[in-house]
Design a protein around this ligand. Structure first.
Ligand code: 5GP
Ligand code: ZN
Length: 118
């Protein structure tokens, strides 16, 4: 049994407005936005996090998927008119602040994002 909340969104078992999709990824708004634009981009297949990408997909497919993930984020940022800039974040493991264990990339936009983050 797969209790992953993001897999449920992929399978449409958890109604969520999809704002972008292609063969590999879907994207939707974060339920608790921390910026005016806060979008999550997730692979359709369940991958726990960055540590697990190669074990889940094999090295070749992992390289391709991770490249496509960044290019997809850029495409979504363009569609969302984040022309003044945006931040992309992938949290990995407990110290990285990962709370949902299905790989996802945050796109944050619509305000200035300071550095370093909290
Ligand atoms: P993480 O902390 O793992 O990097 O990010 C997980 C994100 O998923 C959080 O920003 C959280 O608000 C968001 N999230 C958790 N559950 C749901 C949900 O059911 N729907 C949506 N749209 N976002 C969720
Ligand atoms: Zn999942």
């Amino acid at each position: 049994m797969n209790d992953c909340i993001f897999c449920k969104i992929v399978k449409k078992e958890l109604p969520t407005k999809i704002i972008f999709e292609n063969d590999d990824f879907i994207a939707f708004n974060d339920i608790k936005p921390v910026s005016p634009t806060h979008i999550l981009v997730i692979p359709r297949v369940h991958i726990k996090n960055l540590w697990e990408v190669e074990d889940t997909l094999g090295a070749l497919h992992a390289t391709s998927l991770l490249g496509k993930l960044l290019l997809t984020a850029k495409e979504i940022a363009e569609q969302q008119h984040l022309d003044e800039g945006f931040r992309t974040v992938i949290n990995t493991g407990d110290n990285g602040g990962q709370t949902v264990y299905h790989l996802h990339l945050h796109i944050l936009g619509g305000r200035f994002h300071k550095w370093p983050p909290g």
